[in-house]
Design a protein around this ligand. Structure first.
Ligand code: NAD
Length: 489
């Protein structure tokens, strides 16, 4: 990779105890749409994590003693400040991650601000439980308190969106945090740190340590003074985190990968289903844990669906992420692009057909993006359920389309993977959508839509897709410790 000589490299610093502090070593961070190194990220380890945990511990007594209303006002102020800088955040997220500027402007950054606003509000509305035992002269009630220093670890696909989805509930509940964003997408977290003081977040309440999973991430997971870890990322990393944290009996929330099915019955409204399923397959380059990657279509409409689906997928424009007319930006890294391409090659070697995209259609890129990590939306068919393309999470712009005959059969096939995060069901038959939704092994089921979220309700996966749920009540329960108190009068 070539250095971006024309402009100075952006150098990030850790944010510990309310101050930016340099690190002794750094990692290169690439602009995925050009292949240039444009930023240097601290390569933190034990020492930096130790300092951040100490700052968070020191800040805990004051922050946890504040009323929910005081914390709520600060979270709202932080939301205002992010919204005020929305365009700068969106530009930074697009450059750092490769996602389109349109997606960053309309999804990532508005949602990051909304995460703070949502938990600023929801923290004011929780009630605890109370029961009476008149015969014993007793009343019992529960009280909830923040746990302490929360360790938050997030992935590269929706950088600020997913990090704030953890920071907001953690601090709304009165915890202090040490956060570690992905080393590949650290810039927007660093930008957010610059707003904390102005929002009124006291020093040490939010600390951000940048670096790799193996060094900074593990130091956080293994730190004895961090009793809870909220992690979003791959299933493999979650297994490692579970092992490393086991000696400390830590509380874990794990939001992991998916291999999400779309089930399309022959009475589906295809005018809605086709554009939505193209979006659910290729939005954010397919780099969303909720993206569809196995499309089961009932036999009677299979060939019509396939024809219209491929035509729609071909309309998606791949190119420079900062061009507002572009739908598909760059993938996160050269290694990831290779991995995704290899899945397509493996499918072809097994006898599957690639109907559009990788290896089939020409990819024309603007001169400045020739070394970027781009790939066209790719549709694979005639692929077996046992194929790795139908079993493993690809996490790129690749989707498989296969036919099915009966409801019973498609439920069995949809459930025949190790993951269980999200599914979509398309049918005009209300009885059928309820029946199928109940039987799918999936934490989320959308019928006749995709990605419509009410943040109040539980979010998370079954099986290898995770442990625990996030949402208004679920995040409150995760980030607080409950106590039952009995009073005899
Ligand atoms: P990843 O597991 O490689 O990394 C996630 C984070 O964990 C990064 O910050 C990384 O540095 C850190 N990490 C890596 N090894 C670690 C270790 N040993 N100890 C502590 N921390 C460590 O995942 P990724 O490639 O960044 O993200 C893509 C994955 O995330 C996909 O599998 C995707 O499905 C999943 N994801 C899930 C959800 C969800 O809500 N369920 C949302 C988004 C992404």
């Amino acid at each position: 990779p070539t250095m971006a000589h024309s402009q100075a490299l952006l150098v990030l610093e850790n944010f510990i105890g309310g101050k930016f502090v340099p690190c002794s070593s750094y990692i290169d961070s690439y602009n995925p749409s050009t292949g240039d190194v444009y930023c240097r990220v601290p390569d933190s380890g034990k020492e930096e994590v130790e300092a951040a945990v100490k700052a968070a511990k020191d800040a805990f007594p004051i922050w946890s003693a504040k009323s929910p209303l005081e914390r709520s006002q600060i979270l709202n102020k932080l939301a205002d400040l992010i919204e005020h800088d929305l365009e700068a955040f969106a530009q930074a997220e697009s450059k750092d991650q490769g996602k389109t500027i349109t997606f960053a402007r309309t999804v990532d950054i508005p949602r990051a601000a909304h995460n703070f606003r949502f938990f600023a509000s929801s923290i004011l509305h929780h009630v605890t439980e109370c029961t009476e035992m008149p015969a014993m002269g007793c009343v019992h009630y529960t009280s909830r308190a923040p746990v302490g220093v929360a360790g938050l670890i997030s992935p590269w696909n929706l950088p600020l969106y997913l990090l704030t989805w953890k920071i907001a509930p953690a601090i709304a509940c009165g915890n202090t945090v040490v956060a570690k964003p992905s080393e590949m997408t650290s810039v927007t977290a660093w930008m957010m740190c610059k707003l904390l003081e102005k929002a009124g977040v006291p020093p040490g309440v939010v600390n951000v340590v940048f670096g790799t999973g193996a060094k900074a991430g593990e130091a956080l997971v293994c730190h004895p003074d961090v009793p809870l870890i909220s992690f979003t990322g791959s299933t493999l990393t979650a297994q490692r985190i579970t092992e490393r944290s086991a000696p400390h009996c830590k509380r874990l929330s794990l939001e992991l990968g998916g291999k999400n099915p779309a089930i399309i019955f022959d009475d589906a409204d295809l005018s809605q289903c086709i554009p939505t399923t193209v979006r659910s397959s290729f939005a954010n380059q397919g780099e969303i844990c909720l993206c569809t990657s196995r499309i089961f279509v009932q036999r009677g409409i299979y060939s019509e669906f396939l024809k219209r689906f491929v035509a729609e997928a071909k309309k998606w424009k791949t190119g420079n992420p900062s061009d507002p007319t572009v739908d598909v930006g760059a993938l996160i890294s050269k290694e990831h692009l290779e991995k995704v391409r290899n899945y397509v090659k493996k499918a072809q070697a097994e006898g599957a057909r690639v109907l559009c995209g990788e290896g089939v259609d020409p990819l024309a890129l603007p001169p400045g993006n020739q070394k970027g990590y781009f790939m066209l939306p790719t549709v694979i068919t005639e692929v077996k359920d046992e194929s790795c393309c139908m079993q493993e999470e690809i996490f790129g712009p690749v989707t498989c389309v296969v036919a099915f005959d009966t409801e019973e059969e498609v439920i069995r096939r949809a459930n025949s993977v190790k993951y269980g995060l999200a599914a979509t069901v398309w049918s005009g038959n209300v009885g059928r959508v309820h029946r199928v939704a109940h039987r799918l092994q999936s934490g989320l089921v959308w019928t006749n839509c995709w990605l419509v979220r009410d943040l109040n309700l539980p979010f998370g996966g079954m099986k290898a897709s995770g442990i625990g749920r996030e949402g208004a009540k679920d995040s409150y329960e995760f980030f607080t410790e409950v106590k039952t108190i009995t009073i005899k009068h």
